[in-house]
Each structure stands twice: as structure tokens, then as C-alpha cells.
Design a protein around this ligand. Sequence first.
Ligand code: NI
Length: 197
Amino acid sequence: MALAAGTFVALAAAALYLTLQQPGEPVSPATVNIQGSAIGGPFTLTDHTGKRVTSAELFDGPTLIYFGYTFCPDVCPVDVAVMASAVDVLAERGFEVTPVFITVDPARDDPEAMAYYADAMHPTMIGLTGTEAEIKAVADAYKVYYERVNAPDSQAGYLVNHTTFTYMVMPDGVRAAFRDGFPPEEIAGEVARILSR
Ligand code: NI
């Protein structure tokens, strides 16, 4: 659901920009300035092997996170592939970054579905799911909006509109958020810049 999801993104991005953009800081156009905003927070979810994992365990180094769902017909596959490519670009430059995919469709995305998806996308990707309440809580913490939309014609029965930011998280919290639609080199360059500070 690219169109509706894009509307959510535009609204969210505009809100973040209006309140948080600081003049004079040269950053990539892919970057949403989140300085001073309360994004992120502790959580416990279930990984793609069925193991419960805490955010403290997950964020033991640089991490890129994307929220989406495995049935997503258009946006997620592109954005998650870009995240995976950014991780590869960073590895070539000597930065080890873990890609994480968190579902906004826990009713269908069980650990097995997440494992299939994560394995297909990147060898080090971690897929996370949970109960409806757990996913709602982590999505709220990351300012991720998602909403089921009936799609009788689709094989899956319903789609999920969702925001499409990619977040960079360090052990001490969220460091950056990126819009979709930019090449992996753009995101990798910005992550490398932050890690080199
Ligand atoms: Ni999607």
C-alpha cells in the first residue's frame, strides 16, 4: 500500500521536521532530524527462532531497524532490501551493523514467517514479532503508525498501511531515522558518519 503509507510518512516526516530540524547542520536528505525527540525505549519481543529477546540484548552494537510485514506486496521488500544492502556497504567499510525487521502484522507474522523472510533478505537479519499489545507498544515508542486495510482481492485478505522509516539504534538509543526512497549508499554513508564521530 505505497500510496497510503506514503501519506503517513509525509505527515510524520513533516511533523518531525517542523519540530526538530535544526538549521545549519549538513546531513543527508534521507535523514529525518530527530534530535531532542523521544523515540525508542525498552521492549521484549520474540525473535525469528522463537526466543524472547530484550532490547538491551538486541542493541549490543549498531543496529538498523525497519517496521513492516512479510505479506507487504510492494514497499517493504524494497525498503528491507535497501537496509540489507546498506549493511553490506557498511561491512565493506569496516562497520558491523545488524539489520532488524519488526513486524506490524503479528497475527500472520509468526516466528516461522519471520525466519523465512529474514533469511531471504540478509544472513544476519533478525526478525521480531510478538503479541498485538507488544507490537503496538514498540510501534508507539518508535512513532510507527500502522493500520489494517481490507483488501478482498488480495490473496492475503488484508493489507497493513505503515510508516516506512529506517532507524539507526545504538546501545544508548536511537541515533537517526531515514526516509525511504534513497539508495543504500546514502543510508550507509550517514550511518558511517555517525559511527565515525
Ligand atoms: Ni510494507
